[in-house]
Design a protein around this ligand. Structure first.
Ligand code: GLV
Ligand code: MN
Ligand code: MN
Length: 399
């Protein structure tokens, strides 16, 4: 089945009527429906499905063996995200199997499809949970204790979905199954529009981290409290938002974003007692993200003190710069007849795996240049071109 048709099959799963787009979060109904859909698709093709200790789903073409050629992506989304970030890579992996079967190919190296559990961190805050746990980049105890906005822990959500969270953690056995990993992904910027190409290989990912700033002040009455008497945590929070933009604009190739801010209690006529915000900071180069965050943290401390508030700052995740395996990238490029190589500011499970195995990415053009929003798009013709390209790459690597 074509990748475009596979995507149409899941087009109604997890639509978010309020935000627009899709909200599919780790182990929620929508994501579980998609996981089941993937398992059924794999079963229909006679692929042997197993779920590893961290909830990642593997579908094997042939007998599971070490050193396999593995391809896949994720099925969760950001809140109100697009239809393609994640599912495109999964649908394309399934479609690539169909394409290869239709031409009579049978792999001489083991080949597997892999769906990672939770890439966006949309529910539990830490991105690439499945690949971080698998590789040991995330401590299992810390993962088990991560909480969503309702206070449900990852351990509870995973257990409810039928997984055993006590088994979470580094999984060298599963990792050794991966000889190389290819993730096909919708492009998340305008690189391929500018280059006028339907696909590209990935060259690198810039370092990125997530930082929680928790401000506390004194909740109070919006009308009865004189300005001079306030300890309003929204003030230092606002200073951080402005400082993040200023700092990123002043540093080469830097990005800094505050996309989430939670005032408590959150009433129009209430001075907040606490405000939590999350800073997403991304700067290429060793130590540069930390330096940027230090500058913003200094603004936070000064602004909090001026308002008589307190602040605590916690790094929730960090990933160094990734340079994808160059021999693998060149091999993909050769098979595809020469395509652009794109650096990206977006994080991926392939980036986490790249520290352990040769990993590569294949991007598919996004004509809006917009991602993590309902406007994210890929034209059906490019979607199918991407799947054919992935099939060529798999044929080369597993043939
Ligand atoms: C994932 O898409 C990220 O880069 O945050
Ligand atoms: Mn994403
Ligand atoms: Mn993604």
């Amino acid at each position: 089945m074509s990748a475009d048709r596979l995507l149409r099959e899941i087009a109604d799963v997890g639509r978010d009527a309020g935000r627009g787009g899709y909200s599919r979060h780790a182990f929620d109904d929508a994501e579980l429906t998609l996981r089941q859909w993937f398992i059924e698709q794999a079963g229909m093709r006679g692929l042997a499905v197993r779920t590893d200790r961290n909830g990642n789903i593997w579908a094997w073409w042939g007998r599971p063996q070490r050193g396999a050629v593995v391809t896949g992506s994720h099925l969760d989304s950001v809140p109100g995200g697009g239809a393609f970030d994640g599912p495109l890579g999964v649908a394309s992996a399934i479609a690539a199997v169909d394409i290869l079967r239709a031409k009579g190919f049978s792999p001489t190296k083991p080949l597997a499809l892999l769906v990672f559990a939770e890439e966006e961190g949309g529910r539990f805050g830490v991105p690439c949970l499945g690949s971080r746990l698998l590789t040991g980049a995330l401590d299992a105890d810390r993962a088990r204790g991560l909480r969503d906005t309702e206070g449900i822990t990852l351990a509870e959500a995973a257990a409810k979905a039928g997984h055993d969270p006590e088994r979470f953690g580094a999984d060298p056995e599963s990792l050794s199954m991966i000889g190389c990993f290819i993730e096909l992904h919708v492009e998340q910027g305008r690189g391929l529009i500018d280059m006028d190409s339907p696909v590209a290989t990935g060259s690198s990912i810039i370092a990125h981290g997530r930082y929680r700033f928790s401000f506390s002040g004194q909740g109070n009455h919006a009308g009865a409290t004189l300005i001079a008497d306030r300890h309003d945590p929204m003030l230092p929070a606002a200073a951080v938002i402005a400082a993040a933009r200023r700092a990123a604009a002043a540093a080469r190739d830097a990005r800094a974003t505050v996309g989430r801010l939670v005032p408590v209690p959150g009433g129009t006529n209430v001075i907040a007692s606490t405000v939590d915000l999350w800073l997403d900071a991304r700067v290429p180069g060793a130590g540069r993200t930390a330096a940027l965050v230090d500058d913003i943290a200094e603004v936070a401390r000064i602004a909090a003190a001026e308002e008589g508030c307190r602040v605590t700052i916690t790094e929730e995740s960090y990933s160094d710069d990734v340079v994808f395996d160059e021999p693998l990238r060149r091999r993909m490029d050769r098979v595809l007849g020469g395509v652009p190589a794109l650096p990206t500011g977006a994080g991926h499970d392939a980036g986490i795996l790249a520290a352990h195995v040769p990993a590569g990415m294949l991007y598919v053009r996004n004509p809006t240049g917009i991602s993590h929003a309902p406007e994210e798009h890929a034209e059906p013709i490019d979607v199918d071109f991407g799947a054919v390209s992935l099939a060529h790459v798999l044929e080369e690597l597993a043939g």
